[in-house]
Design a protein around this ligand. Structure first.
Ligand code: GDP
Ligand code: IMO
Ligand code: MG
Length: 425
């Protein structure tokens, strides 16, 4: 498996961290290509739980070079806090590398994120408040600050000044504190010496590794339905968590990619605002949240819960050109008599088998369900597909058929080892 992209096929928190860690044990480089510390990737190794935000999940595997690609937005204070915390638990962070072209989340963009949400009022996105959107907006607007700017103080200060000329009036308009360019520059420069040894040309590193026959894993943050182009806009994040983002976010060409693995839960969750056709807003949804432990790793917010939406995962298969699906949290569904699966939508009296083209149609979509029989035996110790209860096998096979992508692995617990591999990558 020379070059493998791992990405979210739903609305995030599918278990990408665990999937990356699992594959990462056989990988040379793990590179993050999008997002920032809006992500929360959980990995459980020998009962020890690690919640990673900016660091690639590959950092937990010995011998891996963890890399932060140009497509990531980096909050330097968070990066160093996370490195300190994880080092204190015995994890080696000394091999971490970071692209010179990655953008920095300057302190003012956390404030701007909150100010923008305030201005949206009841139409707010429900962002993580980490400054992600404003930092990608600055990148597109060509007023962003990059890692390499830390090593050119006069240019850095000039860039901070230009950005603050736009940001301060906005902050003032919502009664928030304004920031002083010199102070911001000083704060950013305080990280320069620590960042310097980590900085690389990430595109060169990844391409060289592939040329040498090494394996590279591209770890996505967020997910397809949160993609700025292909997600439920405007209720999305501000990057491209889809497969194309892995290319632009690291500097490799499409011809280099061997596998694209979508990670999907055996049901669905979503954090933040926006449409979610299979959402369960009643006690059934509460029960699913409780069973699945569906509370955000980053913000602690309760996740919205619902049944598996095959239209969404089929869409993710198409948009990303998925070669494989990793189905997670099948164990959470043990104990239901029947399990509804959304196979299509009804929109304004018409059946739709594919994702509606228009956001307003998606908002109006109601799920058409097929009822699958459930199973009651504990499956958390099962390690082969054939050992799963018959009904659980049928559930997986039906999801595979509906998703139009083979299900190569199945998660049956949070631990690194709690996985059934049907097709090795
Ligand atoms: P990510 O953002 O996609 O990496 O996912 P999160 O870490 O935010 O959320 C996934 C949660 O499910 C974490 O608490 C994982 O430890 C947990 N998890 C992952 N796979 C499985 C699984 O197969 N079964 C169970 N029960 N938990 C899982
Ligand atoms: P991982 O990588 C789930 C959601 C936020 C909000 C929207 C925009 O752990 O799967 P942002 O702060 O990015 O501008 O917020 O996107 N969101 C996530 N939801 N998992 C994530 O990451 C998310 N990252 C952002 O809740 O609705
Ligand atoms: Mg998460």
């Amino acid at each position: 498996m020379p070059a493998v992209i791992v990405l979210g096929a739903q609305w995030g928190d599918e278990g990408k961290g665990k999937a990356t860690d699992q594959l990462g044990q056989r990988t040379d480089v793990v590179v993050k290509f999008n997002g920032g510390n809006n992500a929360g990737h959980t990995v459980v190794v020998d009962g020890e739980k690690y919640a990673l935000h900016l660091l690639p999940a590959g950092i937990l595997s010995k011998g891996v070079t963890p890399l932060i690609g140009n497509g990531v937005v980096v909050d330097l204070s968070v990066l160093f806090d996370e490195m300190e915390q994880i080092s204190a638990r015995g994890v080696d962070c000394s091999k971490l590398k970071i692209s010179a072209a990655a953008h920095i989340i300057p302190p003012y963009n956390r404030l701007v994120d909150n100010a923008s949400e305030k201005l949206l009022g009841d139409k707010q996105i429900g962002t993580t408040g980490r400054g992600i959107g404003p930092t990608y907006a600055d990148k597109m607007n060509r007023i962003g600050i990059r890692i390499q700017d830390l090593f050119d103080p006069p240019t850095l200060e000039q860039k901070v000044r230009s950005a603050l000329a736009q940001k301060n009036p906005l902050l003032e308009s919502v009664g928030m504190e304004t920031l002083d360019p010199e102070e911001v520059t000083r704060e950013l420069l305080s990280y320069a010496d620590r960042v310097r040894p980590m900085v690389v040309d990430a595109s060169l590193l990844v391409n060289d590794a592939l040329d040498e026959g090494k394996t590279v894993l591209f770890e996505g943050g967020q997910a397809t339905m949160l993609d700025i182009d292909h997600g439920t806009y405007p209720f999305v994040t501000s990057s491209n968590p889809t497969a194309g983002g892995a290319l632009t976010g690291t500097g490799v060409g499409p011809t280099r990619i061997d596998r694209v693995v979508g990670v999907a839960k055996a049901y669905t969750t979503r954090v933040g605002e926006g449409p979610f056709p299979t959402e369960l807003t009643d006690e059934v949804g509460d029960e699913l949240r409780k069973r699945g432990g569906e509370f955000g790793v980053t913000t602690g917010r309760p996740r919205r819960t619902g049944w598996f939406d095959a239209v969404v995962v089929r869409y993710a298969s198409r948009v990303n050109g998925l070669t494989d699906l990793c189905l997670t949290k099948l164990d959470v569904l043990t104990g239901y008599d029947t399990i509804p699966v959304c196979v299509a939508y009804e929109v304004n009296g018409q059946r739709l088998d594919e994702m509606p083209m228009n956001q307003s149609d998606f908002e109006a979509a109601t799920p058409i369900y097929e009822e699958m029989p459930g199973w009651s035996d504990d499956i958390s110790g099962v390690r082969t597909f054939e050992d799963l209860p018959q009904k659980a096998q049928e559930y997986v096979l039906r999801l595979e058929e509906l998703s139009k992508c083979r299900i190569s692995s199945i998660g049956v617990g949070a631990g690194r080892e709690a996985i059934i591999v049907r097709h090795a990558l």
